[in-house]
Design a protein around this ligand. Structure first.
Ligand code: SAM
Length: 285
């Protein structure tokens, strides 16, 4: 099927292609096949939403419809069982359009943010990836569906242990979970094709930049004078020059470490000084 550039940029065309593939996949086959599913893309586009699974709905309504276009990312997020990464009592909310608490004052990021950050890394398959902030292990699992290997660092030992166990149980054997300060990167597996940090730093840590290959991409939230926090992407040029661009305003928990914030209190004091009475710790993901 030929797709024009205009179609590729049209969110409804993305949605339609997902539905088309979903219909193809669900056709009965073989000797015991029942009647063919007669639904058309048009009828599905109009009415299917209440009847498809929560993960497909997340892909369509929270990712494709909000502009995540990379089919590798959409496909990876179709495969990862998000419910396995959230605390048991919150499983029913696993596909809600919001971050969820993980314990230890931390969160599993909103699905859209995981999709947007993974897309910004520009992965094509075969990469060596570093993630800072393992949390539940969910984003590491998404990355592992595309990349060759994922090294993920978490500073809170209880979270690192739980994520390692979840990932092992689900068979993600290409994810290595490390306990430690990810603001310094992880030298044993450097250099990386891509680095993603899921906690906000005062700036891009020099150690992370230094551990990127030429042409490598780094995506992370950093302090921003205009909007508080912005998601930025740094591309390490082959000429040694960095190219940094701001992607969108975000709200993340702090990156605490030698090349991040010194501790949560320092970050809280700074956030309160900037936002005054309107600051609420709960709105940071
Ligand atoms: N990616 C995670 C997921 O899929 O569940 C969500 C991560 S949560 C928004 C941010 C995480 O960064 C927290 O678990 C926090 O403990 C961790 N973190 C903060 N500073 C860190 C540091 N210096 N090194 C490693 N992890 C850090």
């Amino acid at each position: 099927m030929l797709t024009s550039m205009a179609d590729r940029d049209d969110p409804r065309e993305h949605l339609r292609r997902f539905i088309r593939r979903s219909l193809d996949r669900n056709q009965p086959a073989g000797r015991f096949a029942g009647p063919r599913c007669e639904a058309s893309e048009d009828s599905v586009m109009k009415s299917v939403n209440p009847y498809i699974g929560p993960r497909d709905r997340m892909i369509i309504e929270q990712l494709a419809a909000k502009g995540v276009r990379d089919e590798r990312v959409l496909d990876a997020m179709r495969h990862v069982a998000r419910e396995a990464f959230v605390p048991e009592e919150l499983r029913e909310a696993a596909y809600a359009d919001q971050p969820l608490p993980l314990g230890e004052g931390q969160t599993i990021s909103q699905p859209y943010i995981v999709g947007a950050m993974t897309e910004a890394l520009g992965l094509e398959g075969g990469e060596n990836v570093l993630e800072i902030g393992t949390g539940s292990g969910y984003a590491a699992a998404v990355l592992a569906h595309i990349a060759r290997v994922v090294h993920s660092i978490e500073r809170i030992p209880a979270l690192a242990r739980r994520a390692r166990e979840t990932l092992r149980r689900l068979g993600y054997d290409r994810v290595e979970v490390i306990e430690g300060d990810g603001s310094l990167g992880w030298r044993p597996a450097a250099p990386y094709d891509a680095i993603v940090a899921t906690a906000e730093g005062p700036c891009i840590p020099p150690s992370l930049r230094a551990q990127l290959k030429p042409g490598g991409r780094l995506v992370m939230p950093v302090e921003d004078a205009a909007c508080g926090q912005a998601l930025v992407r740094l591309v390490r040029g082959t000429d040694g020059e960095d190219h940094v661009e701001s992607i969108q305003p975000v709200r993340f928990v702090p990156l605490i470490g030698a090349e991040g914030w010194p501790d949560e209190d320092a970050w809280l004091a700074k956030m309160r000084a900037d936002a005054g009475e309107s600051f609420s710790r709960e709105s940071y993901r």
